[in-house]
Design a protein around this ligand. Structure first.
Ligand code: AMP
Ligand code: FE
Ligand code: FE
Ligand code: ZN
Length: 281
């Protein structure tokens, strides 16, 4: 079994990369990818821990992409076999991080306009060494008594459509796929239902992205039912795509999900990784 979708403290998970690798080893997982959001800063530590624990670590990340306005949800692209310092992607990720920092400042300013003063230093302290994002701002809002829970902070202030929501620069899927390939990597559409599209519109987009070079769909997603997994597997087959699978483990931020087994029934075979690797450019 393998797990190709997990998060560490380097983005919005609650376990350091080494601890996620240790959990994979304990679960008897043969290969693991930590796919922190829009960064590769977890890769070196994860690979080192993998060597110690005898778990194959596939260097990866998860990119938030821009999609047409008619898609109400989010588009996340998983990228595998990407290495820090190889190809154009790492540099582009650094630029995206700067865009994220500027976005965070705008969120704090928007909260100020709503009569809420929070300190960006406190937000950075919550994030520790990792990427600073809305979950950390949410934590500070809760600690300051401005929300009753992380979810409440999103619902009141931070979610799309709420008063402190601010856009940030993102790659288009086409550009992300192109950058990944130019960096020796392959891509998979993460949790494909999160686009929030009806089946026909979703299929049309998947067809376009398959033309653009998308390599796989994440059919075996931790939280999917067997029927949903079968549905996305069929769609992958129709478009000549591979499938990938993973738990989307975030530690305490997404309770009820475990590395490798997801909610309990996830079992992604090793062969999935072999097929994905065969698509490397
Ligand atoms: P950021 O990348 O800083 O924009 O934060 C994105 C993260 O915030 C996601 O990975 C989720 O963990 C969390 N998030 C985004 N939207 C919501 C929402 N509506 N409710 C709860 N958490 C959310
Ligand atoms: Fe996340
Ligand atoms: Fe995601
Ligand atoms: Zn994820």
């Amino acid at each position: 079994m393998i797990d190709l979708h997990t998060h560490s403290t380097v983005s919005d998970g609650t376990d350091p990369p080494e601890a996620v690798v240790a959990l994979a080893a304990d679960a008897g997982c043969h290969a693991l990818s930590i796919t922190d959001h829009d960064t590769l800063e977890h890769v070196a530590a994860a690979v080192r821990a993998g060597a110690e624990h005898g778990v194959r670590v596939v260097p990866g990340c998860e990119l938030s992409c821009e999609v047409a306005a008619y898609a109400p949800g989010t588009m996340h692209l998983l990228v595998y076999f990407v290495e820090p310092d190889v190809g154009p992607l790492p540099e582009v990720l650094s630029e995206l991080q700067e865009g994220r920092d500027r976005r965070n400042e705008r969120i704090v300013a928007a909260l100020h306009d709503q009569g809420i003063d929070i300190d960006l230093g406190a937000v950075r302290a919550v994030a520790g060494d990792g990427t600073v994002g809305r979950p950390h701002i949410a934590r500070v809002l809760v600690d300051g008594g401005h929300a009753t829970s992380i979810q409440d902070a999103f619902d009141r202030w931070l979610a799309k459509g709420r008063p402190a929501y601010q856009e940030r620069e993102r790659l288009t899927p086409e550009r992300a796929i192109e950058l990944a390939h130019a960096s020796g990597a392959v891509t998979s559409l993460a949790h494909p239902d999160s686009l929030g599209l009806d089946p026909d519109a979703g299929e049309k987009l998947v067809a376009e992205w398959a033309e653009d070079g998308l390599d796989a769909l994440e059919a075996d997603y931790g939280r999917y039912t067997p029927e949903e997994r079968a549905h996305w597997r069929e769609m992958a087959r129709r478009h000549g795509l591979e499938i990938t699978g993973g738990s989307d483990y975030h530690g305490e931020h997404k309770p009820g999900l475990s590395v490798c087994v997801g909610t309990g029934d996830l079992a992604v075979p090793d062969e999935v990784l072999d097929r994905l690797e065969a698509r490397r450019p």
